[in-house]
Design a protein around this ligand. Structure first.
Ligand code: HPA
Ligand SMILES: [Zn+2]
Length: 341
């Protein structure tokens, strides 16, 4: 029934929410990729926006990563990173996002010769612009690439030192299988000692044992993805008891074949098991939708109630690295909206 769908879309779009799992490089839309390539006088291996989109047909995480790292090559200057960041926040604002905690992958840029400062200064300029334009608050999370070694992660952490007061936490992303969390135990310990939050991708393609390691060895404050945690009942009970936030990414899960279909997505199973699950977009330019589209996809695919949607939004504020007063302010906005809606 179209009118019901429109009501649901409207409810989701204006539902106050936080986004906690967003790779800023994964928000590079083909149109912006082309305009950056033109501005930077680069040759892209694609002739058109349509050709780029047609290449986004992945059967696993590595298929995606190969194209995601290639796309990131178009980013060359601080201005590029600022434009990328403001484009994401314009979309986020339209999707009812009040607060976003975004990842960036410095090694993707330093490994091709960009100084560490270029990506972070451009992103920070974009975050400041988003706050001024939309009032959206934000935090930045530096991700280590797990297919590289721990020494490279330490070198990145040292390079980040002058900006540590602008970085809320460290994360771990890229190819999961064969790169278990314990590979990064010492650099995560150093980040924790420096007062940073710790998060890690685990249980996306990797087994429940990687989620266990992320908890016990990396001492994570939040779990990115976590789908395969569901394979281990004791682990699920612990995640629920400790109210560890899971940053779940439904459209990413479908596009990377982590789940067979949106109608088989476990988001409501996670809620039913008492897990603090949230909905996020991961790499929206590659996976076909921003956070609002991710909410709409699971709402339809799993026939979620408004109460479940509000719980998912509440979880996003509970799981965010916010100060108590701001968190309460956002929760109050959500409660007021839920009562009206
Ligand atoms: O979903 C992801 N998984 C791992 N690494 C990533 N880097 C960007 N997106 C992802
Ligand atoms: Zn991710």
């Amino acid at each position: 029934m179209p009118s019901t769908q429109t009501d649901l879309d409207h409810f989701i779009t204006h539902l106050p929410k936080a986004e906690l799992h967003l790779h800023i490089e994964g928000s590079l839309e083909p149109e912006l990729m082309f305009s950056l390539a033109k501005r930077n006088r680069l040759d892209l291996p694609f002739k058109s926006v349509e050709e780029i989109r047609a290449a986004y047909n992945f059967s696993n995480l590595q298929d995606f990563l190969d194209i995601y790292y290639a796309g990131a090559q178009a980013l060359r200057t601080e201005e590029d990173f600022r434009d990328l960041t403001t484009a994401y926040f314009d979309r986020a604002a339209a999707d009812g996002v009040l607060h976003a905690e975004i990842f960036f992958d410095p090694q993707t840029h330093t490994d091709r010769g960009l100084p560490f400062s270029v990506a972070i200064e451009g992103i920070l300029a974009g975050l400041a612009e988003a706050k001024a334009k939309h009032g959206i608050t934000s935090e930045l999370i530096l991700c280590f690439l797990r297919h590289l070694d721990e020494e490279a992660a330490f070198a990145t952490f040292r390079a980040a030192e002058p900006w540590l007061n602008h970085i809320k936490g460290v994360g771990l992303d890229s190819s999961e299988l064969g790169h278990p969390p314990h590979k990064f135990a010492r650099v995560f310990a150093a980040a924790g000692a420096a007062g940073l939050k710790r998060v890690a991708h685990a249980g996306e393609e990797g087994p429940a044992a990687y989620v266990r390691e992320a908890l016990d060895v990396l001492h994570i404050d939040r779990l990115d993805h976590g789908n395969h945690a569901l394979d281990d009942d004791a682990l699920v009970r612990e995640l629920a008891e400790r109210q560890i936030t899971l940053t779940v990414c439904p459209l990413s899960n479908v596009r990377l074949c982590v789940v067979p279909d949106i109608s088989a997505h476990p988001i409501d199973t996670m809620l039913a098991k008492g897990l603090r699950a949230t909905v996020n977009s991961d790499d929206p330019a590659y996976f076909g939708g921003y956070v609002g589209e991710n909410f709409k996809a699971v709402a339809r695919g799993r026939k979620l109630s408004r109460e479940q949607l509000v719980t998912l939004a509440r979880n996003s504020f509970l799981g965010a690295f916010l100060d108590d007063a701001t968190r309460q302010d956002y929760l109050n906005k959500l409660d007021a909206y839920a009562q009206l809606g």
